[in-house]
Ligand binder design. Structure first.
Ligand code: AMP
Length: 357
């Protein structure tokens, strides 16, 4: 794709904090951003050039987004497939494309793709009935994590079954919807790699981050993670295989388990910028948001080497009330999302504490 000229317009489906930070990065490179999001006061609406307030399946609104933009991207993976079809039919390039999104929307399709692409995962089985869930759990050794195939996020839509017998009850508690039954990953720690691919196939991966989750929500990331160089190369190879396998354009977040024996398994992929990549805003010359905008705009990818060590802490709910103290910390950079209401567990902002390498 011919590089977009500064002054061109980029569309984003979704106006949450990721859309807000993407829009800010795009503006710094001279682009205008149009956001489509049903929420009139969404975080991105206050930093973008134009906000189309409409549902993601509103065909007329999608057409007007397509007409206004040279390329359209997304800030969340659960965009209805039909929305992308409307955009593409209207002639606007969409990155990442429908295949990457549909793969990431369904945990069974996702893990099936990953294994085919040479990116190892835990053993898993699909199940659509309580009986199938019991059989899957028994086949995987009894204790399993059961997740809804679709629409889960931040640890929602998943629960452990301690025995195969319990799998039926867990299946019902998740709404008796199609699920994936996963073998437990005995991980030493959770890592992630954020990588990008351009329209021309060029790829670049940021250094690994080490992540700490509580109740399924990311609390802290620390980067660059301390890993053997061979392990870092292995993670990069995995990222390259996934990006190439999906013919992907843009930034992708890849969550990894590091097992006790050092092997890496992929937990899941997020076809977008990722919370565990927020450290790059203060740790690399090009952050993940700018990298994504560069990729979708057909610009060269920017440098990804760490220039600092960063400890990122998510500010959930009332954590955000600590902003005066955080603002006074000399090595802390505060990133707030402009959300009006600090509901419990809601991602309100994050702080990057920056240290020399
Ligand atoms: P997910 O929604 O798939 O990202 O899962 C949320 C969190 O649950 C992960 O970050 C892990 O801490 C944990 N988790 C997910 N899958 C597994 C698994 N198969 N074995 C052990 N822990 C898991």
């Amino acid at each position: 794709m011919t590089p977009l000229q500064p002054g061109s317009t980029i569309g984003i489906l979704g106006g949450g904090q990721l859309g807000r930070m993407l829009a800010t990065a795009a503006a710094r490179l001279g682009f205008d951003v149009v956001v489509l999001d049903p929420e009139p006061d969404c975080p991105a609406s206050r930093v973008c050039a134009r906000h189309i307030v409409a549902a993601y399946d509103d065909a007329a609104a999608l057409e007007s987004l397509a007409d206004a933009c040279s390329v359209v991207t997304v800030e969340f993976e659960n965009v209805p497939a039909g929305a992308l079809e409307v955009l593409i039919a209207r002639g606007v390039p969409v990155a990442p494309g429908p295949r990457a999104l549909s793969t990431a929307q369904d945990r069974v399709e996702e893990k099936t793709f990953l294994n085919t692409a040479g990116a190892p995962t835990v053993d898993f089985r699909p199940a659509s009935t309580a009986e199938e869930a019991i059989q899957a759990a028994a086949a995987l050794g009894g204790r399993v994590l059961i997740k809804t195939r679709r629409d889960g996020y931040d640890g929602k839509g998943q629960a452990w079954a301690e025995t195969a017998g319990q799998a039926a009850e867990v299946f019902r508690s998740l709404g008796a919807r199609p699920v994936i039954v996963e073998a437990p990953a005995a991980f030493r720690r959770e890592l992630s790699i954020i990588a990008a691919r351009g329209w021309d196939g060029a790829m670049a991966a940021f250094p690994l981050a080490e992540n700490l989750h509580q109740s399924g929500i990311l609390r802290r990331s620390s980067a660059p993670a301390e890993v053997e160089p061979s392990r870092a190369r292995e993670a990069e190879d995995i990222a390259h295989r996934i990006l190439a396998g999906l013919d992907y354009v843009g930034v992708i977040g890849i969550e990894l388990f590091e097992l006790q024996d050092g092997r890496l398994l992929v937990n899941e992929i997020a076809p977008r910028v990722h919370n565990s990549g927020h450290w790059t805003q203060d740790g690399t010359a090009t952050d993940q948001f700018e990298q994504h905008i560069r990729a979708v705009a057909g610009w060269p990818l920017g440098p990804v080497e760490a220039r600092a060590r960063v400890e990122m802490e998510n500010l959930l709910g009332e954590d955000v009330l600590r902003w005066p103290g955080l603002a006074a910390e000399p090595n802390a950079r505060l990133h707030l999302y402009g959300k009006r209401e600090a509901r419990a567990g809601r991602k309100m902002g994050h702080v990057n504490r920056v240290f020399p390498l």
